[in-house]
Design a protein around this ligand. Structure first.
Ligand SMILES: Cc1cc2nc3c(=O)[nH]c(=O)nc-3n(C[C@H](O)[C@H](O)[C@H](O)COP(=O)(O)OP(=O)(O)OC[C@H]3O[C@@H](n4cnc5c(N)ncnc54)[C@H](O)[C@@H]3O)c2cc1C
Ligand code: SF4
Length: 620
């Protein structure tokens, strides 16, 4: 006998572990479900009435973002029965994504009263992404500054991300051997490369073969052509001998696996109903659900990994946010993929007599080695763009060109490197687009409108993304006093940039200035910028970003060969708890200049294949 749960408005079938033949009542946080019972009344009459049996899944995954979604796809397709706990609700693209909505269709043009919700948290953007979650705070230690962008919805931050999909390079895995700082990874680029191939082939990434040192090419779809603004910047880069090439984004320029090619509406940050860009919710979870072996429990906030008497993880306890009750799911293996810092938090909160400092944390490294990308921005004004005739500037929702690190192997003022992302021009104007004009232009009415029109599309913003080397002053830990509204201790962040990062940010500023001037522009100084690729408003005077602000936090449950200095082995399996795995950015040993998500997925794919092998050998 089998009970099948079907979401209204969805064809996904989801088995629910907590249902038995004797108690087929409705539940499921926040989701309306209807029950289809495939047992005839006659058979039912004759059935023995037995108490509920403890269901044990093969694997429990925590989190459905880049890492958790990949693990769900690979493990279910490999034949395992998986229960997936997700702290947010299910996602319905038709209801939740607003990429084709005009600003005037929403009150306050989507930015809330007084424009307070501008940027990546505004009402246009993909839902449930927050800098602050009501009732689920984090704290920051005195003297530190840190920002944490979290998403609470099926697919996590892959609904929001910029889709920049770069491979780490061979040198990024052995940086310590190159310059003595940080640590080497326990795996090489060559070991991960086949998994980059699998991820790129499956999700679709556009780009071009370029042979740039330490920025490996991948399996690419054709890239879109450069826009007018991008051609202008490329000419300046050519003069300055800065490499400027087609960008590499997880957006389809050709149909793939039933997903349509991008129709160039340029609004990726709002989601994509045609699933032409990558999100875990639209690309990883559906094939997992189609196997019939995925049970997804939404609005389920994992609180603790429960250790069994045999020293293995035996269950995950969670808060059902809808009923506000404590629940537990049992599994033969646990894959934690709640995002780097949430995963560290879950491990630290899983205390037992065997692991008083948190599960798999005898080394004390959980929460340590936290890093984010070094970020720095500058905007230029380009008078020649004011004279451009009206033209279609749309394309994918992101840049068509970028600058990979072009000084690899040279002697620089700092170690490691950075790449440059840029964007601007005639994007769809929204609230804040003309802040700069209003701040610098006296007057109002027709004259001000005319000035706004004349400068529309004449700005280009540059953003550097560089490697941070881990340091002992940057980490997260459990706050000894503060708990969230579910009673779960929250994280407290400590942050300090090192000298190397400050020098790198300074170098970024000099480069941006050179490019802007070589392209015939002038640097905007002291004004708020408004054409950063992400659409965020930032003070121009900050030459280095706040920790966490680039949303590439990682390293908090790192992998390594030595159990004294790492929590996980080379397969992202806990040294001390053999059926516990981590499949997000927490295992990373370094934070190369490349954005991390493609590597999260490649690593999660590799970890999941290893888990499948172990399951076949009955070694989990
Ligand atoms: C605006 C923006 C732009 C970005 N641009 C890029 C980019 O261009 N390129 C790039 O590489 N990266 C980018 N990123 C970063 C990228 O989104 C993340 O690296 C990636 O999503 C991380 O994947 P993850 O699986 O580790 O975590 P997430 O995607 O954050 O998913 C974690 C999931 O776990 C759930 N969860 C958390 N705690 C619990 C719990 N206790 N119990 C149950 N579930 C839980 C969350 O609800 C969430 O759904 C960007 C991010 C943002 C926000
Ligand atoms: S630009 Fe392309 S991928 Fe992005 S939302 Fe529009 S159609 Fe989708």
């Amino acid at each position: 006998m089998r009970l099948v749960w079907r979401h209204r408005n969805s064809s996904d079938e989801i088995k629910d572990p907590r249902r038995t033949a004797a108690s087929p009542t409705l539940l499921r946080g926040g989701i309306v479900v209807s029950i289809v019972e495939r047992v005839s009344p006659e058979i039912k009459k004759d059935m023995l009435q037995v108490g509920p049996v403890k269901k044990v899944y093969d694997v429990c995954i925590v989190g459905s973002g880049a890492g958790g979604g990949t693990a769900a796809k690979v493990l279910t397709e490999g034949g395992l029965n998986v229960v997936l706990l997700e702290a947010g609700p299910r996602l319905d693209p038709d209801r939740d994504f607003k990429e084709h909505m005009w600003p005037y269709q929403l009150p306050h043009r989507g930015v809330g009263v007084g424009g307070r919700q501008r940027g990546i948290g505004d009402e246009f953007m993909a839902p449930n992404g927050f800098w602050q979650i009501p009732g689920e705070p984090y704290t920051v230690a005195n003297g530190s500054a840190f920002q944490w962008f979290r998403s609470r919805i099926e697919g996590g931050r892959t609904n929001h991300w910029g889709r920049i999909a770069l491979r780490f390079g061979p040198a990024d895995f052995r940086a310590h051997s190159t310059d003595g700082m940080g640590d080497d990874w326990p795996i090489s680029y060559e070991e991960l490369a086949p998994y980059y191939d699998k991820v790129e082939s499956y999700i679709g990434v556009f780009g071009s073969k370029e042979n740039v040192p330490n920025s490996p090419d991948g399996i690419f779809m054709p890239p879109p052509k450069a826009r007018c603004t991008e051609t202008l910047v490329k000419k300046a880069c050519d003069q300055l001998h800065i490499t400027c090439i087609p960008s590499r984004l997880a957006i389809l320029t050709k149909p793939l696996n039933g997903r349509d090619a991008c129709h160039y509406c340029a609004q990726c940050g709002r989601g994509c109903r045609s699933a032409s860009n990558f999100s875990s919710s639209q690309v990883m979870i559906p094939p997992a659900a189609a196997t019939g072996r995925l049970t997804m429990i939404a609005n389920a906030m994992a609180r603790e990994i429960v250790l069994g008497k045999d020293g293995k993880a035996e269950a995950v306890s969670y808060v059902d946010k809808t009923t506000k009750t404590e629940q537990r799911v049992y599994a033969k293996a646990v894959v934690v993929a709640a995002s780097a810092c949430e995963s560290a938090r879950l491990l630290l909160n899983s205390k037992s007599p065997q692991f008083p400092n948190g599960i798999a944390n005898e080394s004390g490294v959980v929460g340590r080695y936290l890093t984010d990308s070094v970020g720095s921005d500058l905007v230029g004004h380009f008078p020649q763009l004011e004279k451009m005739p009206a033209h279609n500037h749309d394309g994918v929702g992101g840049m068509h060109l970028y600058m990979p690190w072009w000084r690899f192997g040279q002697k620089n003022e700092f170690l490691r490197g950075y790449h440059i992302e840029f964007g601007g021009g005639r994007n769809m104007p929204g609230v804040g687009e003309f802040d700069y004009v209003c701040e610098t232009q006296e007057g109002y009415g027709a004259e001000l409108k005319q000035k706004c029109r004349s400068v529309y599309g004449a700005f280009i913003g540059f953003s550097g993304r560089g490697e941070m080397i881990p340091n002992e002053n940057t980490f997260c830990e459990l706050d000894p006093e503060v708990k969230d509204k579910w009673g779960i201790p929250v994280l407290r962040f400590h942050w300090k940039w090192g000298e190397n990062e400050l020098k790198m940010a300074n170098d970024m500023q000099q480069t941006f200035r050179q490019v802007i001037e070589a392209a015939g522009g002038t640097v905007l100084v002291g004004a708020r910028r408004h054409s950063k690729p992400s659409g965020d408003v930032q003070e121009q005077s900050n030459s280095i970003s706040t920790g966490g602000a680039i949303i590439h936090e990682l390293g908090t449950v790192r992998m390594g060969n030595d159990p004294k200095s790492s929590a996980l082995n080379a397969n992202c399996q806990a040294h001390e708890v053999k059926n516990l795995f981590v499949a997000d950015a927490a295992p990373f040993v370094s934070n190369a200049d490349k954005n991390p998500t493609l590597t999260i997925m490649a690593l999660a794919w590799r970890t999941s294949e290893y888990l499948l092998e172990q399951a076949k050998k009955m070694e989990i």
